[in-house]
Design a protein. Structure first.
Length: 244
């Protein structure tokens, strides 16, 4: 299990409020602001801070900072409209030595998005089986992907792995890139909702690494009220952007 640096807690209050849920992510992930519950000024400052962490503090990068801020602000609006509650970039060292005496040979990057979706849920086991059947049907209709029913500490879930190909038209010809997407579909225990974890990476050679990362995150999900603070119960680590 990876050491966790962030615990997200999304809580309900009264008996009619949505069920709280909680999950942990490893320190290799840098949270991307979504602006949920923030006013415009606070969200803008969060994005400026994120852009500075990503590119560094050099003054000649100010235009790049602004472009990054604008791009992620637009992306956050789209994600939140689709039910996203968490977004993060992961930077994972590959190779090197565990004691740090040898630097990593390279880094592997991934994007993590966690969303809440509305879905009829008569029973989590029935719902998970229905999700798996629907995803298998989609694969049979020509959409690539592998689907498997699993049991997590928080309940029955579905894991799906799918690949995609992106092509860009450039002046000197086409450029293509392949992506792999790992999903965990986890129904709430007693509500018509589900949690959807999506981890996407262009470093397809590191599929097994990212499968293990998402499996570790999914194992930490808890539903219901929890003890402790609502933001994070472990101090966040140094931004991974500053390490590689």
């Amino acid at each position: 299990m990876h050491d966790s640096s962030t615990t997200d807690d999304h809580s309900g209050g009264s008996p009619t409020s949505p069920t709280a849920f909680r999950f942990q992510v490893p320190p290799e992930f840098q949270t991307v602001p979504l602006g949920i519950g923030e006013d415009e000024d606070a969200f803008g400052e969060q994005l400026r801070s994120f852009a500075r962490d990503y590119w560094g503090e050099r003054g000649d990068l100010e235009q790049l900072h602004r472009l990054t801020k604008a791009m992620y602000a637009a992306n956050a609006e789209t994600l939140v409209a689709g039910g996203a509650v968490h977004n993060a970039l992961g930077i994972f060292p590959v190779g090197g030595s565990s004691d740090g005496s040898q630097p990593p040979e390279r880094v592997s990057r991934a994007t993590l998005t966690v969303s809440v979706r509305e879905l009829g849920n008569p029973d989590p086991h029935v719902t998970a089986a229905g999700i798996a059947e629907s995803l298998d049907q989609a694969a049979g209709d020509g959409n690539e992907g592998e689907t498997q029913l699993v049991t997590l500490p928080a309940g029955p879930a579905v894991v799906r792995i799918a690949g995609s190909r992106a092509v860009w038209e450039l002046p000197d010809g086409e450029q293509e890139r392949f992506f792999v997407r790992i999903e965990v579909w986890l129904p709430f225990p007693g509500e018509d909702r589900l949690l959807l974890f999506c981890l996407s990476t262009a470093d397809v050679q590191d599929l097994y690494l990212h499968q293990a990362v998402l499996a570790d995150i999914a194992d930490t999900v808890e539903f219901g009220e929890t003890d402790g603070p609502g933001e994070a119960d472990v101090a966040p680590s140094v931004s991974p952007f500053s390490s590689y």
